[in-house]
Write a protein that binds this ligand. Structure first.
Ligand code: RVP
Length: 494
């Protein structure tokens, strides 16, 4: 910053996009984008790494819609790694490392496995991995004695099986011809190598836009911090099959963050590492120098965030994204605009400012798939939402340790009374299933792309131009001089 004052800081409500020459049909629009150097999504949306937003259920739903979820880190390493596992196993053309059960296990144990992974049957293998049979709901449904062993009720070999490498078409044909739902894949020695299920094929048809890895599994990311066992956490997440790691802090322009990025990169060079959050060009450059594959931008824009008032720190988000992108574009590193989005129109504004994708908290916290119970207040439905820097998220409750303190560099604080929160707790309106919410958000983005004249995200970024507006312009932008009587699926005044 030359001199004491930076240039004027602008945010979403300060700008609008200019309509531009457009000659495309809506179906030619391509919303795919990069979240980091090597991870591509089909819609440029990430769900926030927050304990009221992203656990495995949200991550699965996000990836099915073409975006990706970043699993929060306010839980034990084992729990977070397990959630990665749940997402990676949830669906694909083929499960490469299927859940199995031992023949001596009881039906109660088999039930527990089916419930945990939401599956309807499990291959039975010996300790060497040899396929002995399969036990499905059909085998177990009429057994009242749940202490019986799996081997007594399973359908034993010979089963209809496929060879490793079987094509999708051939597998489907076998399932159809034998009227079965599961096709175990075995090698020449009879060792179980994979499993193909009808359900997965149906889902692949149901979610054609799903964001998947090279093996056809849903994409998922996960957050880690910088203190304590953050590095062990990253290693466990990588071992569980995570697609990218986010070193997730409130101040990414600090040496600890750069060091952690570099350490994870050298340990797992094949995994993309995203660093953040920063809000200046220098902050972005420091992460680039540390070797990040993606940069997360946003200091203070979050709906639940009080950093700007508690610490007086931050940069209005459109300017922050633009400044960070100046360094990032030069280095070929994608930018995530994190926090502060209220309406679908803000997505295109973030992209034109220089982001490649955006991360959403409050817009998704009210979804069916976010963690937490539905609440009824005065006949209206709500879900709770809170900042990771809120007292509630940073406090230790009984056995429940908080892992989010180090996001705000307060892991060393002696007792909970001494914490300095940078976030608040509250509730947001219930919004129903994620698919409907994403439909409106992406629908809005597609309209933006049409208006600007950008067929792809890079086109939108290149062609988009802003006009700055005044408070009178903002007033004109929203519905005015009318009392709304019908709720719109994509508009409410907050
Ligand atoms: P929003 O979408 O505006 O709700 O913002 C979500 C973002 O806010 C998160 O992705 C994170 O970067 C930031 N956050 C999370 N907790 C807090 C806090 O307690 N201050 N801020």
């Amino acid at each position: 910053v030359p001199g004491k004052f930076a240039t004027l800081g602008l945010t979403y409500d300060d700008v609008l996009l200019l309509p531009g020459a457009s000659d495309m049909a809506p179906d030619q629009i391509d919303t795919s984008s990069l979240i980091s150097k090597n991870v591509r999504v089909n819609v440029p949306l990430l769900s926030a790494a927050m304990d009221k937003v992203t656990e495995s259920r949200m991550a699965i739903a996000m990836a099915r819609q073409g975006g990706v979820g970043v699993l929060h880190r306010n839980l034990s390493i084992a729990d977070q790694a397990n959630q990665v596992d749940l997402v990676k196993r949830s669906e694909s053309g083929m499960v490469t490392d299927p859940i199995t059960v031992h023949p001596d296990a009881t039906l109660a144990e088999a039930d527990a496995i089916c419930a945990k992974f939401r599956i309807s049957g499990v291959p039975v293998t010996d300790p060497a991995g040899k396929l002995l049979g399969i036990v499905t709901n059909r085998d177990m449904a009429f057994e009242s004695d749940r202490s019986r062993q799996v081997r007594e009720v399973m359908t034993p070999m010979p089963l209809v099986t496929g060879k490793v490498g079987i094509s999708g078409v051939d597998a489907m044909e076998l399932l159809r011809r034998h009227k079965i739902e599961k096709l175990p894949l075995v090698d020449d020695a009879g060792i179980l190598k994979g499993l193909i299920t009808v359900k997965d094929f149906v889902k692949a048809e149901k979610y054609p836009n799903a964001a998947k890895d090279a093996e056809g599994r849903l994409l998922v990311g996960a957050a880690v911090g910088v203190a304590g066992d953050a590095f062990e956490r990253a290693q466990a997440l990588v071992a569980a099959g995570v697609d990218f790691i986010v070193v997730d802090t409130a101040h990414g322009h600090s040496r600890l963050v750069g060091d952690m990025v570099a350490k994870i990169k050298s340990d797992a060079p094949g995994i993309d590492v995203i660093g953040g959050n920063i809000a200046t060009r220098d902050g972005a450059q420091s992460l680039i120098d540390a070797g990040v594959d993606g940069i997360k931008v946003g200091v203070g824009p979050g709906s639940i965030c009080t950093t700007r008032v508690v610490a007086g720190i931050g940069v209005p988000q459109v300017t922050a994204i633009y400044e960070a992108s100046l360094a990032a574009k030069e280095a070929g590193v994608p930018v995530i605009g994190d926090g502060g989005l209220q309406y679908s129109g803000d997505i295109a504004k973030a992209l034109v400012a220089g982001a490649d994708t955006v991360m959403l908290g409050s817009l998704l916290a009210g979804c069916e798939e976010s963690p937490g119970e539905l609440m009824f207040i005065n006949g209206k439905q709500f879900k709770s939402y809170r900042g990771m820097g809120s007292l509630g998220a940073m406090q230790t409750r009984g056995e429940q340790k908080s892992f989010s303190k180090d996001r705000y560099f307060q892991e060393g604080v002696a007792s909970d009374e001494k914490l300095v929160p940078e976030g608040i707790e509250g509730q947001v309106p219930y919004r129903g299933p994620l698919s409907a919410v994403v439909h409106q958000l992406v629908g809005g983005l597609r309209q933006s792309m049409f208006y600007v004249g950008g067929r792809t995200v890079p086109d939108l970024q290149a062609n988009g131009r802003f006009v700055r507006i005044t408070s009178a312009g903002l007033k004109e932008s929203h519905p005015h001089d009318i009392q709304m009587t019908v709720e719109a699926p994509n508009y409410s005044r907050s």
